[in-house]
Design a protein around this ligand. Structure first.
Ligand SMILES: *Cc1c(COP(=O)(O)O)cnc(C)c1O
Length: 390
């Protein structure tokens, strides 16, 4: 039986041609394709400015810098996230303060956020976990009166919506990922978006060593203008090779989201009534189902790891649910790290992520469901049913 992967990027000949064109042009580093990708991305996301980066992790780092986070500040982050969310604060010598999440969405809520605020909180990073949008307006109501900056980690959420618009536009600054595990990929890559012209230009400068003139602008002139290094920056640039792929991928995005939501609806129909609780759209938006997770309740006859093993035996690659950063050696036992994150621990221990990708067939999905739910029906019950049906 052929293997079913948990995720597969959707790439084609158009991407191959786009990269070949960049190579033939002779300009492969950050240049015209990156600028074009940034404009197209800002349009698509309905936000003023987009700054391409080497990854979401580096975009998060820059986002916290422009939001004014400094060493000694506190930054509230969900523990229930990929560890890069917390690391961005640590890079700056700030302290990540872990917030718990809401059980239905896997996201920080106004209540869990409020419980994690301290007198030194400078910013929060809210995460649209697995593609499920956060309730940004409700979270801003907590942060704005306190002067706490709201950074959105939308690594998973391209193609998700909040109150009828693309996610990410309502935060002070938002970070995106183009890793192949996400819906839109450039191999590695990321983006920072913001409504602030000033923050965008600071991020642009910081991603390129703090230079006053970009390398692309210097190259455009035979006698390059002298550059100054205005502050200590980084090399967080994207290449034109990556941006060329990103431009093609952006055009595929609507198709990808539509197909994923179709497949997710099929999962929902099949799993309703099985006792396995699947992630769904929240009241305030739609998810792109970047991670289609299900929660295995304690009374279920087979536990999460048992189900994972059964799937693996059948050649189906599922995954343990989202990690809990506060339990990782990098953070566990550190000064001030909270351990009372009961919903985070429950979701981390009891959820699994099912295969879902653009080119997945209905047959493949049905095979996943059969293996997953087949394990919960005792063989005696199955025999009894088939007996009654003759
Ligand atoms: C994938 C992911 C990241 C990291 O993205 P990279 O582009 O690999 O740096 C950060 N935050 C979340 C929530 C993610 O899912």
């Amino acid at each position: 039986m052929s293997r079913i992967n948990v995720m597969q990027p959707w790439l084609g000949e158009e991407e191959v041609t786009a990269v070949a064109e960049v190579i033939r042009s002779g300009w492969v580093a950050q240049g015209p394709r990156v600028a074009e990708f940034e404009r197209a991305f800002a349009d698509r996301q309905q936000v003023g400015y987009a700054v391409a980066t080497s990854s979401c992790t580096t975009a998060l780092h820059l986002a916290l810098v422009v939001a004014g986070v400094r060493a000694g500040d506190d930054v509230v982050v969900p523990s229930f996230s990929f560890i890069a969310t917390a690391n961005a604060a640590t890079y700056l010598g700030a302290r990540p303060v872990f917030a718990d999440v809401d059980p239905a969405t896997g996201n920080v809520s106004p209540e869990t956020l409020r419980a994690a605020l301290t007198g030194r909180t400078r910013a929060v990073i809210v995460v649209d976990q697995g593609g499920v949008p956060v309730d940004l307006v409700a979270l801003r109501d907590v942060c704005d009166p306190r002067g706490v900056a709201v950074v959105e980690d939308a690594a998973c959420a391209i193609g998700s919506t909040y109150r009828g618009r693309p996610v990410g536009a309502g935060a002070d600054v938002t970070a995106w990922s183009f890793h192949p595990r996400k819906l839109l990929t450039t191999g590695e890559g990321g983006m920072l978006t913001t409504r602030s012209a000033e923050w965008a230009s600071q991020a642009r400068r910081l991603r390129e060593h703090g230079m006053s003139v970009s390398a692309a602008d210097r190259h455009a002139q035979v006698l390059a203008p002298a550059e100054a290094y205005l502050e200590v920056g980084f090399n967080y640039r994207m290449t034109d090779l990556q941006a060329a792929v990103g431009l093609v991928q952006l055009r595929r995005l609507d198709d990808v989201v539509r197909r994923r939501r179709e497949l997710a609806a099929r999962y929902h129909r099949a799993l309703d009534g099985t006792g396995l609780r699947a992630v769904r759209d929240p009241a305030w938006g739609t998810t792109n189902y970047q991670s289609f997770w299900v929660e295995v309740p304690p009374e279920h006859p087979v536990d999460r790891d048992g189900l994972l093993a059964r799937l693996a035996e059948a050649g189906i690659s599922a995954r343990r649910g989202i990690m809990a950063a506060h339990r990782q050696p990098a953070y566990a036992g550190r000064d001030g790290v909270r351990t009372d994150l009961s919903t985070t621990e429950r979701l981390t221990d009891r959820t699994l992520i099912l295969p879902l990708f653009h080119e997945m067939t209905e047959d493949q999905l049905d095979r996943v469901v059969t293996v997953l739910t087949g394990t919960v029906v005792p063989s005696s019950a199955r025999l009894a049913t088939s007996g009654r049906e003759g």
